[in-house]
Ligand binder design. Structure first.
Ligand code: SF4
Length: 433
């Protein structure tokens, strides 16, 4: 498996070989370690996302920061950290379960009890009700979901509090509430003759617990990238329109595939009155798309697909639906991380795959299926900045603290928020195609 150092070397090589424009948002400074950025951001009083795909996104002031961890962890070698994590895990036994997201770095993934997407991992934790601690090696909204679904006695731990998600941060509860009030002024609140309310809020799993609770309290629902079409059908049965947040691309790609015309999918800019739309545009809307995006998936382009087809005739291009619409249209197929994994696994003959998703997952697929040629569409290897905040040093620290009987970096969702979010999550689980 490739290490983070190997990935950094790939970044360096690709930056040297490719056009500067496409290299612009990535940085080899990642090698310095996440604590350099945690300290700098705390000192500056302004959080950011650090090097990687989200480095140019603006983090809200309320984004959690990570306090400095003891120097012994920052100074430890890769081998020492590995041994300390193994030893702490052995001591803790069934008392702790470690979850690793597909996009997480390999040095962390090798210690995970379960590897999957955010919802698969939250459900995996349910199979370990006796574990006192759920150590979530992913990002903040994932740990929140695990806390909502786990028992009150279980502590969900995020090894680095600065591991947020720049996309989730693009829709905050205050802006969504303000949007909702403006929409209510236009649409009113009365259902039509068929009993459908004016608008149903739908939030992607990649959102704060507060937004999931908002959906639960306003007749709405949560979706994942696997079930977005089923969830939109559910919403259209109950509402005349959908307000979809935070990822415009997943919303647009899904609704377009269902036959919703692009002119009926206005974009909502939270910094503008009526989201930057006219009343008529909003009246005609079928899906109102929040102006959010994933900076990892935004990097994929049609030009990259065209180049892959020239360089590798017969290549199969699979991309994630968080990619822009033109990229999804130019690919052979689009789908969730689970869809991508299954498509690769299902190929009976040696096949060449160009994959449009986060580099760690692509590298892992390439290692798992050596009979295939598998590469990332983006020639600049650009990792998710926030996933990379979970360095093994942080994992060693939280595990050794647990061994000493101390719970650090616990993620706790307020009880009233949990109740609303559960409603929206339960609706999703009950929705059927
Ligand atoms: S890959 Fe994109 S959506 Fe996923 S955690 Fe990173 S920034 Fe958020």
């Amino acid at each position: 498996m490739s290490s983070v150092n190997a990935t950094i070397q790939l970044i360096t090589r690709a930056e040297a070989e490719s056009a500067p424009a496409s290299a612009g948002t990535c940085s080899t400074e990642l090698a310095a370690g996440p604590w350099e950025y945690d300290a700098a951001e705390a000192a500056a009083g302004a959080p950011a996302y650090g090097p990687g795909a989200s480095s140019e996104d603006v983090a809200p002031a309320a984004t959690p920061r990570q306090a400095q961890i003891p120097a012994e962890y920052k100074q430890a070698s890769d081998e020492e950290l590995h041994e300390r994590i193994v030893a702490a895990k052995r001591t803790l036994g069934d008392r702790a379960v470690i979850l690793g997201h597909f996009y997480q770095r390999d040095e962390v993934i090798q210690h995970a009890d379960f590897v999957g997407d955010s919802f698969q991992l939250a459900n995996a934790a349910l199979t370990r009700p006796d574990a006192e601690a759920i150590v979530f090696c992913g990002v903040h909204f994932m740990a929140e979901t695990a806390d909502i679904l786990s028992t009150d006695e279980q502590a969900v731990i995020l090894p680095n509090l600065a591991a947020g998600c720049s996309m989730a941060d693009m829709a905050d509860i205050d802006s969504v509430q303000e949007c909702w009030e403006q929409l209510e002024e236009i649409y009113g609140t009365e259902p039509d003759a068929e009993g459908r309310v004016p608008v149903i809020p739908v939030t992607y799993m990649n959102s704060s617990a507060a937004l999931k609770a908002f959906c639960g309290e306003h007749g709405g629902i949560v979706c994942t990238s696997s079930n977005a079409a089923t969830v939109l059908e559910w919403a259209f049965e109950r509402g005349q329109r959908v307000l979809f947040f935070p990822d415009q691309h997943l919303g647009r790609n899904t609704a377009k595939a269902m036959g919703v015309p692009l002119e009926n999918m206005p974009l909502w800019n939270p910094r503008k009155d009526l989201g930057g739309n006219s009343e008529q545009t909003l009246e005609d809307a079928r899906v109102i798309l929040w102006q959010g995006f994933c900076s990892v998936h935004k990097r994929f382009t049609v030009a990259q697909i065209e180049q892959a087809r020239i360089d590798h005739p017969g290549v199969t291009v699979i991309v994630h639906p968080e990619c822009p619409m033109e990229v999804v249209d130019a690919a052979d197929s689009a789908g969730s991380t689970d869809h991508i994994r299954k498509a690769v696994a299902a190929a009976a003959e040696p096949t060449t795959f160009a994959i449009g998703t986060e580099i760690n997952m692509v590298n892992r697929l390439a290692a798992e299926y050596p009979q295939h040629t598998i590469f990332c569409l983006d020639p600049v290897i650009c990792p998710c900045s926030t996933m990379y905040r979970i360095h093994p040093a942080y994992l060693a620290w939280v595990l050794e603290e647990l061994v000493e009987g101390r719970v650090v970096n616990r993620i706790v969702v307020d009880q009233d928020v949990q109740v609303g979010a559960r409603v929206a999550l339960d609706r999703m689980l009950a929705a059927r195609p």
